[in-house]
Design a protein around this ligand. Structure first.
Ligand code: CMX
Length: 138
């Protein structure tokens, strides 16, 4: 079951420059950058009361995010992320409704160690959607 909006994710060509710009222009403060080796991204979050803004840059040439930057050199919105209470149940329910949850089912994790999966953009109105299971349900 979908329980809320976790974050909107923007891929940027230069994380430090993006963090600096959000601070200077919008007064938004990002937390310290962290690396998610599995996903090949360095990221920082602006934490808002109801959701986060995630800023990401690739850490290696074969990062999926590097592929996105090749197509969009100035960056842009990459995905948004919905919280789910049970990732396996959501995967199964969505598959039963004809929506493709990407990957072979082997576990993927966000930088906080929570389980994640991605829904094929063509099966969510053209937008890439991440599903994130709350830590309590990991
Ligand atoms: N928005 C819309 N469409 C997108 C997209 C995006 N951001 N990224 C890819 N697509 C489209 C592709 O164009 C492709 O379309 P076609 O089937 O028409 O060619 C399709 O989706 C599949 O993309 P692909 O790159 O060919 O497929 P892969 O299996 O190689 O990659 C994907 C799947 C999209 C999940 C991967 O590229 C990706 O972006 N992974 C997300 C990595 C990420 O954001 N990790 C963050 C973790 C954050 C954390 O730690 O919190």
């Amino acid at each position: 079951m979908i329980t809320g909006l976790s974050h909107v994710s923007i891929v940027v060509p230069d994380l430090a420059a993006a963090v600096d710009r959000l601070q200077r222009v919008y007064g938004l403060t990002a937390d310290a950058p962290q690396v998610n080796e599995q996903q090949g991204v360095r990221l920082a979050y602006v934490v808002l009361p109801n959701a986060k803004i995630e800023l990401m840059e690739p850490t290696r040439p074969d990062s999926p995010v590097a592929k996105f930057l090749e197509k969009n050199p100035n960056g842009g919105i990459h995905h948004f992320c919905l919280n789910v209470d049970d990732l396996d149940a959501s995967r199964q329910a969505l598959a039963g409704n004809g929506a493709r949850v990407l990957g072979d089912g082997s576990p993927q994790h966000n930088v906080h160690g929570e389980r994640i999966a991605f829904v094929h953009p063509k099966d969510f109105l053209g937008a890439l959607v991440e599903l994130e299971q709350h830590r309590s349900g990991t």
